[in-house]
Design a protein around this ligand. Structure first.
Ligand SMILES: *Cc1c(COP(=O)(O)O)cnc(C)c1O
Length: 428
């Protein structure tokens, strides 16, 4: 084993063999400067770095770790599954039980297919939407991120927005041209687009609460308006709940806001920290998926036994009474504390939160659209982020991301975070 003990030394080694030293761009800290923490292990609300330091973690693997890291029930479930073999390429009882649990918790999902990532779940959902409607166009919103598929890497928020790459190199213009982009929270713009091209639109996809331009909630009437508009034009409404699913409520954003989409995508929490994605919805739509129907989609490791065991253990833990009340209380404590700390330091910060997703935007608010988000002070955020890290808090390393509060973030841990933030705001 290696003797390397610093993040800097690991980053140097990593950069020789991995682009930017990482396997997913935002991890590289390019948006904030500095060097990422190379993680040795994680437990509860804490990460332990190869640098020998302990950090309070708000990245939470970018969403999945709602129970905290290495939650005992999840560890046991995965250990137990592993002793029975890690993959069969044949059906299992546990994947059926997880599917049943998802359909119970999210009633709009009558039938579903599992994948190995959120990206694949979105790709599957949009393929079935196109197959079902016989139409080609997909509508998305500026600042919403739906994974790495070619036709969705168009004005996609967070990592991309941070890097100032409006669209990825390597995406053919013709493919980008199948996606139409609208400003978030602008129902009028959506109405105009549907009036002009409604007959060509297979699906409208959105993050019902945006997490990938920082936390941006839907304004009252926006989701309702999109539901009515898509129904009127025979297009499918697809909720990308990869981040919000089982996060902003047990039944996801659709439960929180009382909207029934045609299709939904899940990932992150539904895999309990292992690779899983899910897409599903109305039975008549999902019956188009192979082998029942003509829409092909497959995966060697889809419904992987370890991953579905972790997902089932996580969802079961989330059905315990009081879980979402606890998450709300801790997150509200953090929100109030961060607001007060920024005010004391006279740093103009707009804190936006929905449930246990929270973003401090370094600028005046409210942030309703990507245009609003794009105006904030990224440099001030970067200074604050670096100071937080020095104080032992591992906040997401980009302005346009959500921080995630888990059940392992106790009142005391949140108070420690607020004290750290107060010092950090003074340096921002
Ligand atoms: C994370 C995310 C995805 C992509 O999921 P992966 O598992 O990273 O492929 C898609 N949509 C949203 C809203 C996400 O937050």
């Amino acid at each position: 084993m290696s003797e390397t003990k610093t993040n800097e030394a690991w980053m140097e080694r990593a950069q020789r063999v991995l682009p930017g030293g990482v396997n997913s761009p935002v991890r590289a800290f390019r948006a904030v400067g500095g060097v990422p923490v190379f993680v040795e292990r994680a437990e509860g609300a804490y990460l332990h770095g190869v640098d020998g330091r302990r950090y309070i973690d708000y990245v939470g693997s970018w969403g999945p770790m709602i129970l905290g890291h290495a939650a005992p029930a999840v560890v046991r479930a995965v250990q137990d599954a592993m002793t029975r073999g890690s993959s069969y390429g044949a059906p299992t009882a546990v994947e059926v039980e997880l599917a049943e649990l998802v359909t119970k918790l999210v009633p709009s999902v009558e039938m579903l297919r599992m994948t190995s990532s959120g990206t694949e779940a979105v790709m599957g959902a949009l393929r079935v939407a196109r197959g079902f409607t016989g139409r080609d166009l997909v509508v998305k919103f500026e600042g919403c991120y739906h994974g790495g598929a070619d036709y969705l890497l168009v004005q996609a928020g967070s990592g991309l927005a941070t890097f100032g790459v409006p669209t990825s190199a390597g995406v053919p213009a013709a493919i980008g041209g199948t996606t139409l982009v609208l400003p978030f929270n602008d129902l009028e713009a959506a109405k105009q687009l549907f009036a002009a091209r409604g007959k060509e639109i297979a699906a409208l996809i959105l993050e019902p609460v945006v997490g990938n331009m920082g936390v941006v909630p839907p304004e009252p009437g926006f989701l309702e308006g999109l539901r009515a508009l898509t129904a009127e034009h025979g297009a499918l409404l697809v909720f990308d709940e990869v981040m919000t699913g089982f996060r902003v409520a047990l039944g996801g954003a659709q439960a929180r806001f009382g909207i029934t989409p045609d299709l939904s995508c899940f990932g992150k929490i539904v895999g309990g920290g292992l690779p899983v994605g899910v897409y599903g919805g109305r039975r008549e739509i999902m019956q188009k998926v192979a082998p029942l129907g003509p829409v092909y989609q497959a995966g060697t490791l889809s419904g992987n036994p370890l991953a579905v065991a972790a997902g089932r253990a996580t969802l079961e833990a989330l059905t315990a009474p009081g879980v979402y009340e606890t998450l709300e209380a801790r997150s509200a404590q953090l929100e109030a504390g961060l607001r007060e700390a920024s005010r004391k330091a006279s740093v103009p910060v707009t804190i936006q939160r929905v449930g246990s997703m929270i973003t401090p935007f370094f600028g005046p608010g409210p942030i309703r659209t990507w245009t609003d988000a794009d105006r904030v002070d990224r440099k001030a955020f970067g200074r604050w982020h670096a100071a937080m890290l020095r104080e032992g808090v591992h906040w997401p390393p980009a302005q346009f991301e959500a921080g995630f509060v888990s059940l392992a973030h106790t009142e005391e841990i949140c108070a420690t975070t607020i004290a750290a933030a107060q010092k950090a705001f003074a340096e921002a």
